[in-house]
Structures are given as structure tokens and as C-alpha cells.
Design a binder for this molecule. Structure first.
Ligand SMILES: Nc1ncnc2c1ncn2[C@@H]1O[C@H](COP(=O)(O)OP(=O)(O)OP(=O)(O)O)[C@@H](O)[C@H]1O
Length: 266
């Protein structure tokens, strides 16, 4: 147990009626305040891992230590935020209220809150504070979901392909806003994506998964804050090529040499 990291050990999880486990002995370490992306073939267990980390489902075997607590305890303490692919906003509430509501829950849980105006500013939605969800574009709804997740001041933010339905321009602008919010706060982010470019642009570490387990961890040694030139330059392209090579191995059944050191997302 350690308060400065997430430690997942030998995690297994099978769904009833499925012929192979969704997670098959997965090990992972994520130090506090890091931004880590999970990437891997469809069905390799990325969402299942997020659901276990969020305390939404229990593993069959293995241990999960989130900064010295279990997932359910961290969730009860309102210290875990989850941003899904399609945000579920309250249709009857304005943008402002949608973002403010977790704060009220938080105050009851004895945790601090961020001011709603700062968060709306941070995601470029100050002008839409009085709008309702049905009046927003998909990108704006996802911005509300991100602001709402940060309103919880989460120790751990889990994001499951949050930008996959967005056009490239909206996606890039949201990536920058997310990085700004993350850098201003001490949140640890675990981010699922299918985009190698996105994983490299955002992360300290890219975790390449093969079915049920971690295949490789790839450090992203790019300076922060990352401007467009850093994430499109030669160093970023080299890292992206490394991730793609590991992804190809993962697709081919994970026939790589063993991980040289423990599968920590350092
Ligand atoms: N509720 C469920 N019941 C039965 N099987 C499930 C359930 N959820 C996931 N699975 C199976 O578990 C495996 C892992 O699924 P999971 O959604 O975690 O993968 P993923 O990597 O997130 O996939 P994708 O990239 O397509 O979103 C898959 O074989 C999937 O069919």
C-alpha cells in the first residue's frame, strides 16, 4: 500500500457467459498526479479496468490500491470522477447547475469545491452558463462533463474515450483545455483512447494493453506545457511510432519480449 500511487496487482475479471476473461492478471502502477493513457485493441479490457478503478464493478481476483484506499472508499469520499464517452447531463438543469451540483454533494462530503465560474471559464463555456443541454453541441456537452468532473476536485479522474465522437478541431481544443485544468490541479488522470496521437499529446505514459493485460508502458518524454509544435514534432512522432509498433504486437496476440521492468506507468 502506498499513498503516492495507484497500484493494481494481478487483476482478473470475467463476465458471466464470456469464454475469455476481460482482465487476466493485469498489473499497473500510476504515480499520483500523472496523466496516463490506456490504448489497445477493441475488447482488451480498457473500460473494464476503468470500471474496477471507479468501484463500479469488483474484480474476481487481485488487488487495487488507490493512494492507500480501495476504489469503493475513494468513491464514497467523492474523490473519483468519471467522464464517459457520452456525457449524461441533467436535461432540466442549466450548464451552470449541471457543473454546480457535484459541488453541493461535495460540501456534504466535507470536500472543497472549485468555483463553477472558474471551471466554465476553463473549458471555454462561460458564455453558455444559462443554456440547457439540448441547446449545446456534442463538444460543448463534453466540456460541461469535464468541468463537472473537475468540480469534484477528484484525486483520480477516469476518462473513457471522452473525445472520440468529436471532430478533430474540437478534439484538439478540448485536449488543450483538459491539460490546462489537469496542470492547475493535483489530479491523477487515467484516460482511455483509440488515438495514438491523442495519447502521446496528453500523457506522461502510454499504457499499451493486450487482451486482459498490460503489454507495454511507453514513457512520453516531451516538455510541458505542450504546444502544438511539441506534440507534432519529431520526438512526438518517434514516440507515436513506438506506441504503434507495440499496438501491432498487441493485436498480433502480444507476442513481444517480456516487459523489461515491472509494468509501472512511471
Ligand atoms: N457487461 C458485460 N457482459 C459481458 N461481457 C462484457 C461486458 N462488458 C465487457 N464485456 C467483455 O469484456 C471484454 C472487455 O471489454 P471492455 O469493454 O472492457 O473492452 P475495451 O478495451 O474497453 O473495448 P473497446 O475499445 O471496444 O471499448 C470484451 O470481450 C467484452 O465483450
Amino acid at each position: 500500500m502506498s499513498g503516492d500511487r495507484i497500484e493494481v496487482r494481478a487483476l482478473t475479471k470475467s463476465y458471466p457467459g464470456s469464454d475469455r476473461p476481460a482482465l487476466a492478471g493485469l498489473d499497473l502502477e500510476v504515480p499520483r498526479r500523472r496523466f496516463v493513457s490506456l490504448i489497445g485493441p477493441s475488447g482488451c479490457g480498457k473500460s473494464t479496468l476503468l470500471r474496477v478503478l471507479a468501484g463500479l464493478t469488483s474484480p474476481d481476483e487481485g488487488t487495487v490500491d488507490l493512494f492507500g484506499s480501495g476504489p469503493r472508499a475513494l468513491c464514497r469520499a467523492k474523490a473519483v470522477g468519471l467522464v464517459p464517452q457520452t456525457p449524461a447531463l441533467l436535461p432540466w438543469a442549466t450548464v451552470r447547475r449541471n457543473v454546480a451540483l457535484p459541488g453541493r454533494v461535495n460540501r456534504r462530503a466535507g470536500r472543497g469545491t472549485d468555483t463553477v465560474d472558474e471551471l466554465l471559464e476553463g473549458v471555454g463555456l462561460a458564455h453558455a452558463a444559462r443554456s440547457y443541454p439540448h441547446q449545446l453541441s456534442g463538444g460543448m456537452r463534453q466540456r460541461v462533463a469535464i468541468a463537472r468532473a473537475f468540480a469534484l476536485r477528484p484525486e483520480l479522474l477516469l476518462m473513457d474515450e471522452p473525445f472520440s465522437a468529436l471532430d478533430e478541431f474540437t478534439r484538439e481544443s478540448l485536449q488543450l483545455q483538459l491539460l490546462d485544468l489537469w496542470q492547475q490541479r493535483s489530479t491523477t488522470v487515467v484516460f482511455v483512447t483509440h488515438s495514438v496521437q491523442e495519447a502521446v499529446a496528453l500523457s506522461d505514459t502510454v499504457v499499451v494493453m493486450a487482451p486482459g493485460k498490460v503489454h507495454r508502458t511507453v514513457p512520453v518524454d516531451l516538455p510541458r506545457p505542450r504546444g502544438t509544435s511539441a506534440v507534432t514534432g519529431p520526438d512526438a512522432r518517434t514516440i507515436a511510432d513506438t506506441v504503434r509498433a507495440h499496438l501491432r504486437q498487441a493485436w498480433d496476440g502480444g507476442a513481444a519480449e517480456p516487459e523489461p521492468e515491472p509494468t509501472g506507468a512511471r
